[in-house]
Ligand binder design. Structure first.
Ligand SMILES: NC(=O)c1ccc[n+]([C@@H]2O[C@H](COP(=O)([O-])OP(=O)(O)OC[C@H]3O[C@@H](n4cnc5c(N)ncnc54)[C@H](OP(=O)(O)O)[C@@H]3O)[C@@H](O)[C@H]2O)c1
Length: 321
């Protein structure tokens, strides 16, 4: 099979299109023919090994000390068609359209194996491209909103709302009945309004901490909000959730019940919820641009340029547009 092989830790051109062995599913796995994969910002962080100090060593041991050896293919989520099933698989059949998050990599390839618990049917109204960028953003968004105790009537501020996780968080928070204020760069704000944000703020033009407003939850996705001024914007009992906390921020959060460092786990029930939201058109994937698998280097460069709104999708099979 063809795949984008991760040949070294470094800039986008360490990714090379090569032939690789087609994987074989274990008893509880599906072999999926990949049609589309999301180029997640986290894939770029992993590629250049720009990893949080707490996770640096375990991840480096997992991927390979001097260069990526045990993990050769990046890609954290995909959509495709089931090509074969393991002997203990009960819930999926050959030909099913599914989307799923991978553990950390493997989706930038023509085939991938995935545990059947995580593979989720794509609703008929949803394309492979759209389904390929719902799982990771949606799962993280759901988790961060829950940690922030977001619910009906709550005022939530989403900082860094224009990316993969944020565009899902705006929609899911609105669905939960919250009043959403979204902060990001000016060119992303029109999309955020369309997704349901009540108020949008351009962080390059406006100091969002100067409004005097109070929020029940502030979810800072990239971990770049000014700590002291942001925490001062919490309503009584409110929570300040950090999606990407520095080591210092993690230590500072210890013993402070209002500050939460949110690390996501993947729950199949949440994937089913996201599927239902797609099926009822309550959420949609925001796709900025698509690239062919052959253009993986350009795709990574584009994601790193900071220009994207929502997601960048890699088209791998012929069934995706
Ligand atoms: N805790 C976990 O388990 C977990 C899991 C996955 C991801 N993450 C973290 O979650 C974060 C968001 O992920 P993502 O995939 O949504 O990233 P993304 O697609 O790159 O989105 C991040 C958004 O934040 C904006 N931004 C950057 N600097 C900002 C600032 N100073 N003020 C306001 N907005 C700013 C970016 O816009 P511009 O750059 O264009 O300004 C971009 O729109 C990442 O930092 C990632 O590491 C955490």
């Amino acid at each position: 099979m063809r795949a984008a092989i991760w040949t070294a830790y470094g800039p986008p051109d360490v990714l090379e299109i090569r032939d690789a062995a087609k994987p074989t599913p274990r008893a509880d796995e599906l072999l999926v023919k990949v049609e589309a994969a999301n180029v997640f910002p986290g894939d770029c962080e992993l590629r250049r090994f720009d990893i949080h100090p707490f996770f640096w060593l375990p991840l480096r041991i997992m991927s390979g000390i001097r260069k990526p050896r045990r993990m050769r293919i990046l890609g954290q989520e995909f959509a495709g068609t089931v090509e074969a099933v393991g002997s203990r698989v009960t819930h999926h059949r050959v030909g099913d359209r599914v989307f799923a998050p991978t553990a950390l990599g493997g989706a930038y390839a023509e085939y991938v194996c995935i545990g059947e618990r995580l593979a989720t049917p794509i609703p008929p109204n949803t394309s492979f491209e759209a389904a390929s960028c719902v799982a990771v953003g949606g799962l993280n968004a759901l988790h961060f909103l829950r940690v922030g105790q977001v619910g009906p009537g709550k005022k939530v501020l989403l900082y860094g709302a224009g990316g993969s996780i944020g565009t899902m968080a705006v929609q899911l928070a609105s669905l939960m009945g919250a009043e959403v204020t979204a902060v990001d760069r000016g060119d992303k704000l029109a999309t955020l309004r369309k997704l349901g944000a009540h108020r949008v703020i351009d962080y390059q033009r406006e100091d969002f901490t100067a409004s005097g407003e109070r929020f029940h939850a502030i979810v800072d996705l990239p971990g770049k909000s000014p700590y002291r001024r942001t925490i001062g914007m919490l309503a009584p009992g409110g929570r300040y959730v950090l999606g990407n906390a520095s080591a210092f921020a993690m230590l500072r959060s210890l013993g402070r019940s209002r500050v939460k460092v949110a690390l996501t786990g993947y729950r199949p029930a949440d994937l089913r919820y996201l599927r239902d939201c797609l099926a009822s058109n309550d959420i949609r994937a925001v796709i900025d641009r698509c690239f062919a698998l052959d253009d993986i280097v350009q795709a990574h460069r584009y994601v790193e340029s900071g220009q994207k709104v929502g997601n960048v999708v890699l088209i791998i099979g012929s069934a995706a547009a």
